[in-house]
Design a protein around this ligand. Structure first.
Ligand code: SF4
Length: 186
């Protein structure tokens, strides 16, 4: 039988069905299993092993997301989401079509992801509203940061970054301006 967009399997470490700390608004957070970065002080070392966790299909995860009308978006966290870019891309398409915003964490920097020259990685990057990039660096830990843990990590407004680059500013990376007191729709 032909594989549909909902059949791909994602290796999952955990799910937070309604979070307010992993991006703007109420968000479904998918923690994927498997991370090659092994950052010292990682908050989620149980997500490192690629053979742990459990398999879920894109369809199963999307059905869970659709059960909650309060959700504003979906966040991919980890583990390393971009090690499963192909299957996450299918989930991302379904979520975008449903009007949800998309955010992803990655231990890779944006330029490292772009240097892969991998079509699924590029397409997934092209669908994100926010990317938090870079490995966690405990020596740069800062508890006042919003949506990330160390000062080397960047919270990137991907829509504004794409727009700036389309206008010719090719290396531009626009930070996401979040606010706990001001609600900014993305
Ligand atoms: S990239 Fe994230 S999940 Fe992976 S080791 Fe670093 S902090 Fe942990």
């Amino acid at each position: 039988m032909e594989e549909t967009v909902k059949d791909k399997v994602i290796r999952v470490c955990g799910i937070e069905p309604e979070s307010i700390v992993d991006g703007p608004g109420f968000r479904y957070v998918l923690f994927v299993q498997g991370c090659p970065h092994h950052c010292h002080g990682c908050h989620n070392p149980e997500s490192w092993a690629f053979d742990a966790g459990e398999d879920m299909t894109v369809g199963e995860i999307f059905d869970q997301i659709m059960e909650n009308p309060n959700l504003r978006g979906v966040t991919f966290s980890g583990g390393e989401p971009f090690e499963q870019a192909d299957a996450l891309l299918d989930l991302a398409k379904l979520c975008k079509n449903a009007g949800l915003t998309l955010m992803s964490y990655s231990g890779y920097t944006l330029s490292e992801l772009e240097a892969r020259r991998d079509p699924a990685t590029d397409e997934l990057l092209g669908m994100l509203d926010i990317l938090v990039d870079g490995r966690y660096d405990e020596s740069l830990r800062n508890l006042t940061l919003v949506y990330c843990g160390s000062e080397n990590q960047r919270v990137i407004d991907m829509n504004k970054t794409r727009r700036a680059r389309a206008e010719g500013d090719h290396g531009m990376v626009v930070p996401y301006k979040s606010g706990f007191d001001v609600e900014i729709r993305i």
